[in-house]
Design a protein around this ligand. Structure first.
Ligand SMILES: Cc1cc2nc3c(=O)[nH]c(=O)nc-3n(C[C@H](O)[C@H](O)[C@H](O)COP(=O)(O)OP(=O)(O)OC[C@H]3O[C@@H](n4cnc5c(N)ncnc54)[C@H](O)[C@@H]3O)c2cc1C
Ligand code: SF4
Length: 336
């Protein structure tokens, strides 16, 4: 690991100022905030990240889960994944988030990992994490060894000719169906970004993953309240039952009345370059009777634009089945 200077921010404003001295907040940042360190320190040891300054933020009071003024929930950036998953308001009001968090990593990792760190975790593409390999995300313009290499855990949706890396987070898939907002403190004050606009498609700049600019510090995430009768859930399919990233996962938010779908949101993980909303499927189901035939047709439509590579084509069928089963689990007897 290269040498770096560890700084302890004295306040949120100080953290922002320290961060702003980096030329970029994306790949190659010279300043990185240290949360749980479970992604950052690994990448520093592998020489994928080599910040000259690492800024501690864990003591800045961003570790609270509070009721939001609109009746929703506000989750601090440094709330640990374990604390969030076990919070009663999350378990009962936003089950999909609790289930997604508990399906991720291991108990020890969840005790360290934080909300913002999870939001900003980097891809598990093996070529990204190996400096001997060509990777446009790590080294813009160097190529992509994953295209014709080991890509069974990589993306089918939202890919580009420059990068097919999947977003590995379970939590992010839950956040897309919950319509989360990301709150950011920056050099020019605070701002909010919707989760749908927080993770960018790779296009021809896979090294630019978010709209964050130097000095931007994620302070908290808010979840709007859910309408009465809304059910949510998360299903994750993977190579082993724990301590493994998703091959395909599905988050569902569903409200059914009199057999008709009043509201539905479907999020996909493990198969897309960013936490993915299956918007076409949602449109097919909304306002229609919740029947297995309708669900199966909607699930197939979610993968219509998939662009598989040799090693990951099997995930089209896997993801389709994952969507159907996730909706069945959440719908229960409401499925006709
Ligand atoms: C073996 C292993 C298995 C795993 N399995 C899973 C899994 O199955 N599912 C899953 O979803 N995840 C999994 N993970 C990933 C894990 O969830 C992430 O490593 C963790 O959530 C990152 O959180 P952290 O607080 O440790 O982030 P850190 O490593 O501290 O930070 C990650 C990034 O976020 C930036 N950052 C942190 N906080 C802020 C902030 N407030 N503002 C701006 N930038 C910030 C950091 O600078 C860094 O770039 C696994 C990890 C490991 C090591
Ligand atoms: S898929 Fe993306 S992260 Fe993986 S090697 Fe290609 S450019 Fe790099």
């Amino acid at each position: 690991m290269r040498q770096f200077e560890l700084r302890r921010a004295s306040s949120i404003e100080d953290a922002v100022l320290l961060g702003a001295s980096s030329p970029t907040a994306q790949q190659g940042a010279a300043v990185r905030y240290l949360a749980g360190g479970t992604t950052l320190l690994d990448l520093m040891k592998l020489d994928i990240e080599h910040p000259a300054h690492v800024v501690q933020i864990g003591h800045l009071g961003l570790d609270r889960i509070e009721a939001a003024p609109d009746g929703g929930l506000s989750i601090g950036a440094t709330v640990r994944n374990s604390d969030l998953a076990h919070d009663e308001r999350v378990r009962h009001g936003y089950a999909v988030l609790s289930e997604a968090l508990l399906s991720g990593a291991s108990g020890q990792l969840r005790n360290m990992a934080t909300t913002a760190g999870n939001l900003l975790q980097r891809t598990r593409c093996v070529y990204f994490r190996d400096t001997a390999m060509a990777c446009n995300k790590r080294e813009p313009g160097s190529g992509c060894d994953a295209m014709d290499g080991f890509n069974r855990n990589l993306a089918l949706l939202g890919t580009s000719e420059h990068c097919i890396a999947s977003n590995p987070s379970d939590m992010n898939v839950a956040l897309v169906v919950l319509d989360a907002r990301i709150h950011i403190a920056g050099l020019h004050g605070g701002r909010q970004v919707t989760i749908a606009n927080f993770h960018l498609l790779p296009r021809d700049t896979p090294h630019i993953e978010t709209p964050l600019v130097p000095g931007d510090l994620v302070t908290h995430v808010t979840l709007p309240p859910l309408a009465e009768g809304t059910r949510t859930g998360y299903l994750k399919l993977r190579d082993r039952a724990s301590y493994e990233f998703a091959l395909a996962s599905c988050a569902v938010l569903l409200r059914v009345s009199g057999g008709i779908v009043e509201q539905v949101r479907i999020g996909l993980g493990g198969v897309a370059t960013r936490p993915w909303r299956a918007v076409v499927s949602e449109h097919m189901l909304a306002g229609q009777p919740l029947t297995l035939a309708n669900v199966e047709a909607a699930a197939a439509a979610a993968l219509r634009d998939a662009r598989p590579r040799e090693g990951n084509a099997f995930k089209i069928e896997l993801a389709r089945r994952c969507i159907v089963q996730a909706i069945r689990n959440v719908a229960g007897e409401a499925l006709q």
